[in-house]
Design a protein around this ligand. Structure first.
Ligand SMILES: Cc1ncc(C[n+]2csc(CCOP(=O)(O)OP(=O)(O)O)c2C)c(N)n1
Ligand SMILES: [Mg+2]
Length: 585
């Protein structure tokens, strides 16, 4: 590695910069645009992981980053390969994943002539990237590539490295930069003092542990702070791995299909510490009929992105800092202090325990949905209830596993049944909410953490979008387990037809092949599961097969029951004015 200027080719400058950033895997589909760099990947210790579709590559890079905390990297052919990245880049933007996606561009000497595979590649990604590095001269390859890697970590999100394809060639003088990691620090001391005073005066403090806790590696600090305050800890929406579920103070996840215990405890807070969370609108909506956001409470929000402070919810104190450093600073300020919350600590702890056991009992009883539609469709079905299926899966999933979840009704209901004791374990499709996210993401996570059992929860509709990556699993011997919920419908959307459109179904009923058979045809294993008692053995066998690099599809045959809708907030009963549409209400 050169820290002094050295003569090299731009491809060598790029690949040396990847190596300097510890890159060992790059996901993508081969293309003539970057052959010159690809050729020397092996000599730099970089494995190219060929995928079935570029959307799979960017999702795998996302999953890789989420599991490892390191950069995820992917590359594609200029034009169509690059536009296939779009959805995955938007998804990675909202998962805050440090993904560097490399986009070779049409040649600089023909740009604008409308040649082959040409499109403007910067505007497309301008709103879903933290930084876009354009190599405007081959001599700047190393400098701009390094900046993409630095910025992806600095701002926790995708960065684009755009390279006119002729700029891979030539002779340049280049210096390979060492990675520059800038730490955010705990935030300003006046705000931290104020936050400590507010927490010390709290009689019912509650912590919301967000994705920032995971990104900052602040799990131990979150536990220490919660113990010190005797505060219940809620996970922010879909970050069930932000605080150990087995901890006495863990109240469970907020948001859609979350824990009623978490919601009820939060509703009672006089002080909320939102640690590493932007308090996203979707994750704080009323659920289970509970409008739980404590409007009277003092809210202390800590986020490494100052633009998130007070953006969604009004706050009393905003701290622009790293979740780990800020939590440590608060612990240091509070450790020797008299805390008002100590006076009623025992009472509070028993309240937390009572809410948790009430929720557990309710969940244990909630074996199936009870709305009229669900009762009707399940009445004569021999299939498994989705909730019972999720419960059986929860019990069977080995400790230390990683689970990704897709968007859909059953995957969303799964939120109540996914518990983790270690960070970097749950990879849900976050705010971008694209169907087809979970499977490629778990493949990327497995490449990053090959020793951890890896599971994807996917609805049958979303599976139709993403199953092509079974090819990658078979070819590359990536062993994961996919749980496909076969309810023969795009259930989450069908729920809207049921609730708002008098069951006028359009485009929501699916006709599936045997997904287990399809999996076997792809060179993977496939098992159709029709009885609850078969779930645990099937899952154990599939988990064991992972160690041999074998992927298994477990096709769960479930009823068409549907849990509470996603967007009760966003839909309303139709109103028609024209005569010809009057019946459509
Ligand atoms: C790429 C994409 N297309 C469409 C949607 C809209 N959408 C949200 S949930 C959903 C249904 C999911 O169905 P399925 O995967 O079968 O899961 P189920 O709801 O049946 O459990 C759809 C179509 C989306 N979120 N993403
Ligand atoms: Mg479905």
């Amino acid at each position: 590695m050169a820290n002094q200027p050295q003569t090299m080719g731009p491809s060598e400058a790029l690949v040396e910069t990847l190596a300097a950033n510890g890159v060992t895997h790059v996901f993508g589909i081969v293309g003539s645009a970057f052959m010159d760099a690809l050729d020397i990947f092996p000599a730099a210790g970089i494995k190219f992981v060929p995928v079935a579709h570029e959307q799979g590559a960017i999702h795998m890079a996302d999953g890789y980053a989420r599991a490892s905390g390191r950069h995820g990297v992917c590359i594609a052919q200029n034009g169509p390969g690059v536009t296939n990245f779009v959805t995955g880049v938007a998804a990675a933007y909202w998962t805050h994943s440090p993904v560097v996606f490399i986009t070779p561009e049409t040649g600089s000497t023909t740009l604008g002539l409308g040649g082959f595979q040409e499109t403007e590649q910067l505007p497309i990604f301008s709103k879903i990237t933290k930084y876009q590095g354009h190599v405007n001269n081959p001599r700047r390859m190393a400098e701009i590539a390094a900046r993409c890697f630095d910025r992806a970590m600095l701002e926790m999100g995708p960065t684009q490295l755009n390279i006119p394809r002729d700029f891979f060639y030539g002779e340049i003088e280049a210096t390979i930069a060492q990675p520059m990691r800038v730490h955010h620090g705990p935030g300003d001391s006046a705000s931290l003092d104020a936050a400590a005073n507010t927490l010390a005066a709290a009689s019912f403090p509650v912590i919301i542990a967000g994705g920032g806790v995971i990104l900052a590696g602040a799990s131990a600090e979150a536990v220490e702070l919660a113990d010190l305050l005797g505060a219940a800890v809620c996970n922010s929406y879909l970050h069930n791995d932000s605080f150990p579920a087995s901890h006495l103070l863990a109240a469970g996840p907020l948001g859609y299909q979350g824990s009623k215990a978490a919601m009820k405890l939060l509703a009672e807070a006089d002080v909320v510490l939102a640690l590493g969370t932007r308090l996203g609108p979707f994750g704080t909506l009323p659920q289970h009929g509970l409008d739980y956001w404590p409007k009277q409470a003092k809210i202390i929000q800590i986020d490494s992105d100052p633009r998130m402070l007070g953006l969604v919810k009004p706050i009393s104190i905003g701290i622009h800092g790293d979740a780990r450093a800020a939590a440590r600073a608060l612990i240091d300020r509070l450790r020797a202090r008299r805390l008002k919350g100590s006076e009623n600590r025992a009472e509070r702890l028993s309240r937390i325990a009572a809410e948790k056991s009430a929720w557990e009992a309710e969940l244990a009883d909630w074996t199936h949905e009870r709305d009229p539609y669900s009762l009707e469709v399940a009445a004569h079905s021999k299939r498994m209830h989705p909730r019972e299926t999720l419960r059986a899966l929860e019990k069977a999933i080995p400790e230390g596993s990683m689970v990704s979840t897709d968007i859909g009704n059953i995957c969303s209901v799964a939120n109540s049944y996914l518990r983790f004791d270690r960070p970097r374990s749950m990879f849900a499709a976050m705010s971008f909410g694209n169907c087809g996210y979970a499977f490629p993401v778990i493949c990327g996570a497995k490449v990053a953490a090959p020793d951890r059992p890896a599971f994807a929860y996917v609805g049958d509709g979303a599976w139709g979008i993403s199953f092509n990556e079974l090819l990658t699993c078979a070819r590359e011997k990536i062993g994961v387990t996919v749980v496909v919920f076969n309810n023969e419908q795009w259930g989450a959307e069908k729920k809207n037809h049921v609730d708002f459109y008098s069951r006028r179904y359009q485009g929501v009923n699916l006709v599936n092949p045997s997904w287990a058979t399809v999996a076997r045809a792809f060179g993977c294993d496939g098992v159709t599961v029709e009885r609850l008692v078969d779930i645990a053995p099937a899952l154990r066998a599939a988990a064991a097969a992972q160690t041999a690099g074998k992927t298994t599809v477990l096709e769960m045959m479930v009823t068409q029951e549907l849990g509470d809708p996603f967007r009760r907030d966003a839909l309303s009963k139709p109103v028609r004015y024209l005569e010809k549409y009057k019946a459509y209400t």
